[in-house]
Design a protein around this ligand. Sequence first.
Ligand SMILES: [Zn+2]
Ligand SMILES: [Zn+2]
Length: 232
Amino acid sequence: MGTDEGRRPDTPGWEVRVVPNKYPAFERQEVVVHSPEHKRSLAELDREQLDLVAKAWRLRAEAARAQGTYLFAGVNEGRAAGASLLHSHSQLVWLSEEPPVPSAERGEPCRLCEYLERELADDARVVEERGGLVLLCPYASRSPYECLIAPLEHEEDGYGPRLGAGLDLAAEALRRLGTLGGQRPMNLWLHEAGHWHIELLPRLNVYASLELGAGHYINTLAPEQAAADLRG
Ligand SMILES: [Zn+2]
Ligand SMILES: [Zn+2]
């Protein structure tokens, strides 16, 4: 996909491209290649390129919805985070229905609105606000420097016009994290339904029985300190 909408597939000059995953874990899985140049991380992409990534996700989400399918979008960076490619990319997985994690997060009234109100009242964990979005280190972070990116006002449909700005804030978080000690493995994903948000989990600790079996995450860095570090 590039600026020339009508171009045929596999022709030179592409800026972002979507290809089928060669080793799909699910029936249908696609890889979005974020850039023709060799970029290893989302942190190296500028806003223009991230807007193209957002547009690719949006177009695939529309195609998935037209077939009554849920699209799960995520980014893995680094071997410890499950990435097999060094080149910056995202995975789009077509699922027959909304998976349990995002569906459990939704509620009436919106839990994320309530949560953001508390976080913003005491901005100890807020890293940055920009373009109607907030980047913060959540209260119950599962790892050092876990980040949450969400619209300040309740906004549904994560594949909407602000997704590029959301990815840009994620890239900004990764750039700042990079200044604190180099590139880290990380997972990032979009929860697109309800009050949409992006969760970014640097993989700095190893999950063991307590984390996996009990759902209790040992995190040695307080989110207030993580936010202070990321504010720089
Ligand atoms: Zn909300
Ligand atoms: Zn979520």
